[in-house]
Write a protein that binds this ligand. Structure first.
Ligand code: C2O
Ligand code: CU
Ligand code: CU
Length: 494
C-alpha cells in the first residue's frame, strides 16, 4: 500500500505513518513543512443603496500559487481562489450582483439561507458565461455562519473543488448583544477546510478513479482558506473560529493536539442555547461550527483532524485502503502572540431555541438514500445514486410542501457509506437519531445532517414563507460527487 501517494512534484506528499495524533510532525523536508500565515478571505460588507446592501461578485478563471512557483488552475470569486466573506445583517435587504467569467456556465447558491426559490442559486438559476445574475432578498434568519458555492447541475463537485465557494456571516441582535469575539480576521477567524490532491503538473487532480466517484473526492493536502499548513498568530487570549467544511467529501473529526477543551457556540443555523464544552467535534461536508478557543496558557494550540471511518467495511474501509487515503491532518497552528488582550468570559446562555415539537407537523415524509453498492457496483462503472429510488431529474418535482406549515422529514440510510443530507431554504431541528435525542452539538438549528449507515434521522422543518409553484428548492447529499451523480431531489413550497 502506498500510503504516501507521493506526487511527482516531489513536495506535496505527507507522510501518513509519521503523523501521530498528539505529536504531529511532518515526515520530510518539503515546502509543506514550513508553516505559512493563514490567508484570511477579504471581508465584503457591501455598499448601501436605498436601504439595500449590494454585493458585487465576479466569478473568474485564474491560476493560484498554493506552492511557490507551482501554478494551479483555479476558479475564484473577486480573487484567484475562493471568494470574499460576505457580511449581512438579519432583517436587512441584500442584492447580489454575480458576474460569471469562468468560461463556462455556473450558478451561485446561498447555502443555509432562507430565501425565495428563484434567488437560491440552485441548478435552475444558471448564469451564462459573460452573464450577470442579480438575486435580491431579505435576511430573515438568525445570526449564523453560512456559505455560498456553485451548484451547477452535474458539475458542482468540479466547480467547488476548483474554488467557487466562500463564507457568509449573518449578524443579529443576539450577536450584537453578546460578548463574543467578533473582529473579523483578528479574533473572529473564518476557516474554510478543503482537502485537495495535486497532479504532477500542479493542477488539481479531480476524480481519477472509481473510489473517487463512489466515495467522493478526497485529497491528501489540506488547504485552509487556500493555505497549506497554516499558522495564525493570536493577539487575543480568546479566539473564535468559524469552521466550514467546504470539502467535497471528507468528514473531519477535529480536536486540539494537546487535548485542550474548547467551547462550541454555534452550529449550521446559528448559536446554540449555551456554550458546549468539548474536546472534539465532527464536521461533515457543508456543516459549520463556531468554536471558542482559549490560549491564555501561552502555548501553541494546534487544531488537528482525523477522519472517522464512517462507512461499513464494504462501503468504506476497503476502498479507503485501495486509494491509500490520508486520514490525519494538521489543520491550523494557533501561535499565541505577545501582549494578548485578556480572555473574554463566555456568556452562559447564547440563544433561545424551543425544543422541536413534532406535534405541529402536518405531514411526515421519508427519504431513503441509496447508492447501488456491492459487487455489481464493483464490476460496473458505479452504482446509481438515488433518493427514494430515483436519481435527480431537473424536470421532475419530487415533493410539494404547503407554505406556512411544519413537517417531519425522516432520512434513512441503508447504504454502506455516511451521507450528509442537506435541505435548501430551511434551518431544521433534529428530533431524533435512531429514536434517541440528538447530541448537544446537534440541538441547535441545522441545514445539513450526517446520516450514518443504518441510521434513521428525524427532522422538524418549518416552511415559513415564499410560495412559488414554479421554482423548486433542492435536497441532496452534500458529498458533491453523490449529488452530481443524482442523489438529489427537488421540492416546491406552494
Ligand atoms: Cu451547499 Cu444544495 O447546497
Ligand atoms: Cu444549500
Ligand atoms: Cu452521499
Amino acid at each position: 500500500m502506498n500510503m504516501n501517494r507521493r506526487s511527482a512534484l516531489g513536495l506535496l506528499a505527507v507522510g501518513g505513518g509519521a503523523m501521530a495524533f498528539g505529536g504531529y510532525t511532518w515526515s520530510r523536508q518539503s515546502p509543506l513543512a514550513k508553516p505559512r500565515p493563514l490567508a484570511i478571505p477579504p471581508l465584503l460588507e457591501g455598499s448601501l443603496k436605498d436601504g439595500v446592501r449590494h454585493y458585487d461578485l465576479e466569478m473568474g478563471r485564474h491560476n493560484t500559487e498554493f506552492f511557490p512557483g507551482v501554478k494551479t488552475p483555479t476558479f475564484g470569486i473577486n480573487g484567484p481562489y475562493l471568494g470574499p466573506t460576505l457580511r449581512m445583517q438579519a432583517g436587512k435587504a441584500v442584492q447580489l450582483n454575480v458576474t460569471n467569467t469562468i468560461g463556462d456556465t455556473t450558478t451561485l447558491h446561498w447555502h443555509g439561507m432562507h430565501l425565495p426559490a428563484k434567488a437560491d442559486g440552485g441548478p435552475h438559476q444558471v448564469i451564462a458565461d459573460g452573464g450577470t445574475w442579480q438575486p435580491g432578498f431579505e435576511i430573515k434568519q438568525r445570526a449564523a455562519t453560512l456559505w455560498y458555492h456553485s451548484h451547477k447541475m452535474s458539475q458542482t463537485g468540479f466547480q467547488v473543488y476548483h474554488g467557487l465557494a466562500g463564507m457568509i456571516i449573518v449578524d443579529d441582535a443576539d450577536t450584537a448583544r453578546l460578548d463574543l469575539p467578533n473582529t473579523y480576521g483578528v479574533d473572529d477567524i473564518p476557516l474554510v477546510l478543503q482537502d485537495r490532491r495535486f497532479a504532477p503538473t500542479g493542477a488539481f487532480e479531480y476524480v481519477s478513479s472509481m473510489p473517487d466517484r463512489m466515495m467522493g473526492m478526497v485529497g491528501n493536502v489540506l488547504l485552509v482558506n487556500g493555505t497549506p499548513n497554516p499558522y495564525f498568530e493570536a493577539k487575543t487570549n480568546t479566539v473564535r473560529l468559524r469552521l466550514l467544511n467546504g470539502s467535497n467529501a471528507r468528514i473531519y473529526r477535529l480536536s486540539f493536539a494537546d487535548g485542550r477543551a474548547f467551547h462550541q457556540i454555534a452550529s449550521d443555523g446559528g448559536l446554540l442555547r449555551a456554550p458546549l464544552k468539548t474536546q472534539g467535534l465532527t464536521l461533515a461536508p457543508a456543516e459549520r461550527a463556531e468554536i471558542i478557543v482559549d490560549v491564555s496558557d501561552g502555548r501553541p494550540a494546534t487544531l488537528v483532524s482525523d477522519t472517522p471511518d464512517t462507512g461499513t467495511m464494504m462501503g468504506g474501509g476497503m476502498m479507503r485502503m485501495m486509494r491509500g487515503e490520508v486520514a490525519q491532518f494538521k489543520v491550523l497552528e494557533i501561535r499565541p502572540g505577545e501582549n494578548r488582550t485578556p480572555a473574554v468570559k463566555l456568556p452562559t446562555t447564547l440563544a433561545t431555541i424551543d425544543a422541536p415539537d413534532p406535534s405541529k407537523a402536518v405531514k411526515t415524509r421519508q427519504f431513503v438514500l441509496e447508492m447501488g453498492m456491492g459487487m455489481g457496483m464493483m464490476m460496473s462503472r458505479g452504482g446509481a445514486m438515488t433518493i427514494n429510488g430515483r436519481s435527480m431529474d431537473i424536470n421532475r418535482i419530487d415533493e410539494v410542501v404547503k407554505v406556512g406549515t411544519s413537517e417531519v422529514w425522516q432520512i434513512e440510510n441503508p447504504s454502506p457509506l455516511a451521507h450528509p443530507f442537506h435541505i435548501h431554504d430551511v434551518q431544521f431541528q433534529v428530533i431524533h437519531r435512531n429514536g434517541r435525542p440528538p447530541a448537544a452539538s446537534e440541538q441547535g438549528f441545522k441545514d445539513t445532517v450526517l446520516v450514518h449507515p443504518g441510521e434513521r434521522v428525524r427532522l422538524l422543518l418549518n416552511f415559513a414563507d415564499y410560495s412559488d409553484a414554479q421554482s423548486p428548492y433542492m435536497f441532496h447529499c452534500h458529498i458533491l460527487e453523490h449529488e452530481d451523480a443524482g442523489m438529489m431531489g427537488q421540492f416546491t413550497v406552494v
